[in-house]
Design a protein around this ligand. Structure first.
Ligand SMILES: Nc1ncnc2c1ncn2[C@@H]1O[C@H](COP(=O)(O)OP(=O)(O)OP(=O)(O)O)[C@@H](O)[C@H]1O
Ligand SMILES: [Mg+2]
Length: 262
């Protein structure tokens, strides 16, 4: 008897998804192979795995920027056809528009019809991300952490159902990354927003995730799924507890070793 493990309330479903790219020399590159998972409302899923294993490909498929070669990517049970504001994507590198000010960047996706509520939302997000004083500045004058705060505010201001974050804090130093993780958790708290976040950082995965998906090297397959211990306040202090330390070690042990070069 076949058991259906995907719960009916799932927001996003990957069903037997494979993705093959053809590179500039017409070689086939299988980026993903038989990916199966579901994300439920309010769930925080973190994807980790070695470089080039198809993590960004998963996010691009979920965003609707790419289509699977085989299998299905479903959103509310329907195949994803194109990008949608309900599925906000923050890219691996700083995804702000350099020609717009901080205020204009954050307001970018807002529906222009209700300007009063837009002004309120804008001022809330400027304060929430600590960017009030920089509202009229252009991104080139901001630090990396500030730019990622702009990108987060721009994505969250439209109240997405699903937040897709591709190594959003990867380029930041450790203390800034730590504050950004806390800011992200604060931003989504109580919003019901689901998150699919890609990182290389096992500690980051343990702090943020309800569920951690570990990928294999290319072609990307799901190697394992880990559920961190209940983690209400989610802070780095949890790493002194034996539960977290042993899960960290277990994931590290399973993490595929990558050979780079000849
Ligand atoms: N548009 C494309 N054309 C050809 N090959 C591609 C394309 N996009 C991705 N690939 C290939 O698919 C594989 C997976 O790429 P992807 O960017 O998803 O990896 P990743 O896990 O996000 O890597 P990283 O951790 O370095 O960001 C890589 O081998 C990459 O070269
Ligand atoms: Mg990537």
């Amino acid at each position: 008897m076949e058991i259906n493990l995907s719960m009916p309330s799932s927001l996003l479903d990957f069903q037997d998804v494979s993705k093959i790219f053809v590179d500039s020399k017409f070689r086939k590159i299988q980026s993903l192979e038989n990916i199966n998972f579901s994300a439920h409302q309010g769930e925080f899923i973190v994807i980790i795995g070695p470089s080039g294993c198809g993590k960004s490909t998963i996010l691009r498929l979920a965003a609707g920027l790419d289509k699977p070669t085989s299998g299905k990517v479903l959103y509310h049970g329907k195949p994803i056809q194109e990008p949608d504001r309900q599925r906000g994507l923050v890219f691996q590198s700083y995804s702000v528009f350099p020609w717009l000010t901080v205020r204009e960047n954050i307001a970018f996706g807002l529906n222009k019809s209700n300007s009063r509520s837009n002004e309120e939302k804008l001022s809330q997000w400027l304060s929430f991300t600590g960017l009030n004083e920089f509202a009229d500045a252009y991104p080139k004058t901001l630090s990396g952490g500030m730019r990622q705060r702009v990108a987060l505010a721009r994505t969250m201001i439209v109240e997405p159902e699903l937040l897709l974050l591709d190594e959003p804090f990867g380029a930041l130093d450790e203390p800034t990354r730590k504050s950004m993780q806390a800011l992200l958790l604060k931003a989504i708290a109580g919003s019901g927003c689901s998150v699919l976040l890609v990182t290389h950082d096992i500690s980051e995965a343990l702090i943020l995730a309800d569920r951690i998906i570990l990928m294999s090297s290319l072609p990307g397959r799901i190697l394992d799924i880990f559920i961190p211990p209940l983690n209400d306040s989610r802070t780095r202090d949890h790493f002194i507890t034996p539960d977290f330390k042993s899960l960290y070690d277990e994931i590290l042990e399973r993490f595929p070793v990558q050979v780079i070069g000849e």
